[in-house]
Design a protein around this ligand. Structure first.
Ligand SMILES: *[C@@H]1O[C@H](CO)[C@@H](O)[C@H](O)[C@H]1NC(C)=O
Length: 363
């Protein structure tokens, strides 16, 4: 009996642990079998920490705050022949290398391990549109072209795919992955929106071929949709939010919001959130309000955006993640870009505790 049962059990357990625990359920998310509105945050820097204790402290505090989703940079690209510190990939026309060493992807391993231990789920983007931590610019430096031709530059795309395969392969069986993300804030200024649409279609299909289970998303700011005539609604950055939602292998829509940087008032928020919820509901996919930040009055300003998003639960909004998390590390305070909300502060109380309580009170 026992001898016969054990292999069956082992097989069943293997099947269970390989199943994704973060999935789409209509226009909502389901994590570990529970479908509800999910709150999260961003800590782009956590994969660059060199101390496991710091990584564990941050993920523990995120969990303790009642947040379920953590978005972290899954890229750190350099061109330098002799890079110092943590980097994940060195890009060069004469041969690129993916750093799987102790100052490479093993740092991301520590984040995934902490997430597995706590049940926090990760969103991992593969490249940055911006120059921070390499980005498109590091590919352009190695392979030529521009940030606008990056999407169609054969050598850049070949290496980008190799990098995706390396990261996805590392965590394909992990239940800590919430979603893979094509890029952080991809833009193609002045381009036809077909450029990003085509690239996102091909890249998401490629990721799906490597990983049939985990969710995939674009990571864009949500530009290009009906609503009003303000700049973010337009198509000048080469992004068509509504069209991109039609891409089969993108499981949900993302959008960001920085009224201060976009030259619109803070009251812009609720309308922007509603416009995306409407598009997501029509597409039958969840919308994730993936980044939103303001340098001051976090509780009052961002609190009103959180409420606007929660109010559209069941109407397209599935969750949100504020920008960004702050914490006290062994080296001192984590990076402060002006939008940081530090764990334990009064602002963190309203941004996390009050928000989570309101989520738990949703019908
Ligand atoms: C999807 O949501 C429905 C309604 O809340 C629930 O009954 C069902 O179990 C959920 N499915 C998954 C896969 O979570």
């Amino acid at each position: 009996m026992r001898a016969k049962l054990l292999p069956t059990l082992t097989f069943l357990l293997a099947a269970v642990s390989a199943a994704p625990t973060s999935t789409v359920n209509g226009t909502r998310f389901s994590i570990d079998g529970l479908t509800k509105y999910y709150a999260g945050t961003n800590a782009y820097w956590i994969g660059f920490l060199t101390n496991d204790a710091d990584v564990n402290l941050v993920v523990d505090n995120v969990k303790r705050s009642g947040l379920n989703i953590l978005r972290v940079w899954g890229f750190n690209d350099v061109n330098n022949n002799n890079p110092s510190g943590v980097y994940f990939q060195r890009l060069s026309s004469s041969g690129s290398t993916i750093n799987t060493g102790a100052n490479g992807l093993q740092r991301l391993d520590a984040v995934v391990k902490a997430a597995e231990r706590t049940g926090v789920k990760l969103i991992i983007p593969f490249v940055n549109h911006w120059d921070d931590y390499g980005g498109f610019k590091a590919y352009v430096t190695a392979f030529g072209g521009s940030k606008e031709t990056w999407f169609t530059n054969a050598r850049a795309q070949e290496q980008y795919k190799k990098y995706i395969a390396a990261v996805v392969g590392r965590y394909v069986k992990s239940d800590a992955i919430f979603a893979w993300e094509l890029a952080n804030e991809p833009r193609c200024k002045g381009c036809n929106t077909d450029v990003i649409f085509k690239w996102a279609s091909e890249t998401s299909a490629y990721i799906r071929s490597l990983d049939p289970s985990h969710m995939i998303t674009l990571g864009d700011e949500g530009f290009g949709l009906p609503g009003d005539s303000n700049y973010p609604y337009g198509y000048s950055e080469g992004v068509d939010f509504v069209k991109n939602l039609k891409i089969k292998n993108l499981d949900f829509g993302t959008f960001h919001m920085y009224p201060g940087s976009w030259g619109v008032p803070n009251t812009f928020g609720p309308g922007w959130i509603k416009a995306h919820a409407t598009a997501c509901k029509a597409a039958g996919k969840p919308c994730f309000f993936e980044e939103y930040g303001t340098p001051s009055n976090h509780c009052q300003i961002q609190g009103s955006w959180q409420k606007a998003s929660r109010d559209l639960y069941m109407e397209g909004m599935a969750g949100d993640a504020f920008w960004q998390w702050g914490d006290r590390l062994s080296s001192g305070q984590s990076p402060n870009d002006g939008n940081t909300v530090y764990y334990g502060s009064a602002d963190a109380n309203c941004m996390t505790k009050d928000h989570v309580a309101a989520i738990n009170a949703l019908p």
